[in-house]
Design a protein around this ligand. Structure first.
Ligand SMILES: C[S@@+](CC[C@H](N)C(=O)[O-])C[C@H]1O[C@@H](n2cnc3c(N)ncnc32)[C@H](O)[C@@H]1O
Length: 527
């Protein structure tokens, strides 16, 4: 992603002015928040048949929201259900395809526009929106199941003319960067094609947030979308300032090292993000920033772990299945898991009280008994995942998305050990993070890919990313008895599935936790 990042990333890595330092310090000293330990939702009657979506499920919404008289709701509901049952699978697939392509097309266009605007605001690079759109159109129109990755012969016109530092690129440089971007844009289109296949095969449900009838209002209400877009853009200057000054350690000034509560590596402005992980504003803007960075494909990349979950859930009773989502962020991935298997008994662990509160909010939808009559409980726990307050072997599955690339090596080991410890023998780890060096081969673009992995962390204050991208995860998790089952590359992400060995005595090595060292706060290390 490096050059894509150096051009498109200024758009994404903005966040708004935040709560006062005093307010934050107060929150920091309060310990576990009100949100933690709260139990949300109620478990209803048990349906013993685990739901694997056997055929494509059409996007649908609650009829309650339709502007029709009450006496029509019953018959209308019957008609909708009958039509859905009677429709042949081919017709369902055609409908689903139309809905999916319009939803992700709109999303891609929206976030591309946001990226172009942001590149103008930052004044560093200029993305030519029309050239980028042409590259996307070419990939969309390619009749093959996966669009061909463009090579140097492709000449759609340059997508950029400036480098990340604002310097004008020579013609050759501009052509090279543009080809690199064209390749990545093609990969995004291919990622969406992969997801559409999963939906058509009924591997998982049509994502609730791509359907206007069921999406959260902040995603579809124009006033709310404009507000968050404008807040993100208006913070761009602060993020750029931080990036120019390579100031990624502001949080340490506010909180000071507090190893009891926050490890030193945590108190950083990852992505030069305002307030790091420690404010409500940061949590409010996070998803929008991430989606801008990945041009609307971040949720789709997260969901590429769902086919693994889906296979595992076949024949299982979700109400009797305990899932722990570690470092939930705002809870996006958890909402997709719960939307597919609402009966699951879930727990979310987060170190930031503000993000934990965002998990509570994003999961409020499962309290609507009309839509989710049998939703299982959700517990919210504020804790460091290197030392979690759970019994050994207490979960059937652990899920973890986009965490490890932000942890130093020792912390990753601690977390891996914890994942293994809390999993039952035979339990699963569903893991998503950045793709790693060499993974571009699977997509047919190794060079552009490895360049991206090398340059992205330099531009984005990701001090542990490079090391992560070279880490052998099979070995790391294997050391603690987690055996690799399968993995898949999803553009710049990779989804993995591990199984905890059945024999618990060999599974978890007894090792003392390693003390995590503070990051280098001086010189280049403190970028
Ligand atoms: C890049 S975000 C990923 C969030 C989310 N899983 C997603 O898919 O977007 C990293 C998250 O991990 C949390 N985090 C970082 N270190 C942690 C730790 N040691 N224990 C628990 N949470 C942590 C941060 O607060 C942040 O919300």
């Amino acid at each position: 992603m490096s050059l894509a990042a150096s051009i498109a990333a200024p758009a994404a890595l903005a966040s708004r002015a935040s709560a006062s330092r005093r307010g934050r310090a107060r929150l920091a000293s309060r310990g576990v928040t009100d949100a933690s330990r709260r139990v949300v939702g109620a478990r209803g009657p048990i349906d013993r048949v685990a739901r694997a979506v056997a055929s494509p499920s059409l996007p649908s919404g609650p009829l309650d929201d339709l502007p029709v008289p009450d006496f029509l709701r019953g018959p209308l509901g019957d008609i909708v259900r009958n039509v859905e049952t009677a429709l042949p699978d081919d017709a369902k697939k055609a409908l689903l395809r139309t809905q999916y392509t319009s939803a992700v097309g709109l999303r891609l266009a929206f976030f591309l526009t946001q990226g172009v605007l942001s590149s103008r605001v930052s004044g560093r690079s200029n993305i030519d929106g029309a050239a980028a759109a042409a590259a996307i159109a070419k990939a969309v129109l390619d009749p093959a199941p996966r669009a061909k990755i463009p090579d140097e012969k492709s000449n759609l016109g340059n997508i950029v003319s400036n480098a990340a530092d604002g310097r004008a690129l020579t013609d050759d440089e501009a052509a090279e960067v543009s080809q690199f971007l064209e390749q990545h844009l093609t990969c995004i289109v291919n990622l969406f094609r992969t997801e559409l296949e999963h939906l058509e095969n009924g591997t998982y449900k049509f994502p609730y947030d791509l359907n206007p009838a069921t999406a959260p209002t902040e995603q579809w209400n124009p006033a709310q979308v404009l507000a968050i877009a404008s807040d993100t853009l208006s913070d761009q200057a602060k993020v750029s300032d931080r990036r120019n000054a390579k100031r990624g350690q502001e949080l340490l000034d506010t909180f000071g090292p507090d190893p009891e509560r926050y490890p030193a590596y945590y108190l950083q402005n990852f992505h030069y993000q305002t307030d790091g992980w420690l404010s409500a504003d940061s949590a409010r803007l996070y998803d929008f920033q991430v989606e801008t960075l990945f041009l609307g494909s971040a949720d789709t990349m997260r969901r590429q772990a769902l086919p693994f979950v889906s296979r595992w859930m076949e024949g299982r009773d979700p109400a009797d299945t305990k899932v722990l989502d570690v470092a939930s962020g705002t809870g996006r991935f958890l909402t997709f898991v719960r939307d597919n298997w609402p009966e699951l008994d879930c727990t979310a662990v987060e170190l930031s009280p503000h993000y934990l509160d965002a998990v509570r909010k994003s999961n409020e939808r499962f309290e609507d008994v009309a839509t989710y009559p049998r939703a299982g409980p959700l517990k919210l726990v504020e804790a460091n995942c290197e030392k979690m307050p759970f019994e050994d072997a207490s979960f059937d599955a652990v899920t973890n998305v986009y965490l490890f690339h932000e942890m130093p090596k020792e912390a990753r080991r601690n977390a891996a050990r914890e994942f293994a410890r809390v999993l039952k023998p035979g339990g699963k780890l569903f893991f998503v993070d950045s793709a790693q060096v060499g993974d571009g081969k699977a997509l047919g673009m190794e060079k552009a890919f490895d360049q991206a992995l090398e340059r992205f962390p330099q531009f984005n204050h990701e001090p542990y990313y490079r090391d992560y991208s070279l880490t052998n995860l099979e070995e790391l998790f294997g050391e603690f008895g987690l055996v690799l089952e399968e993995s898949t590359v999803a553009w710049v992400s990779k989804a993995w599935c591990f199984t905890k060995r059945e024999d618990p005595s060999e599974a978890v090595e007894e090792v003392e936790p390693v003390v995590v060292e503070a990051p280098d706060l001086s010189g280049a290390g403190a970028r």
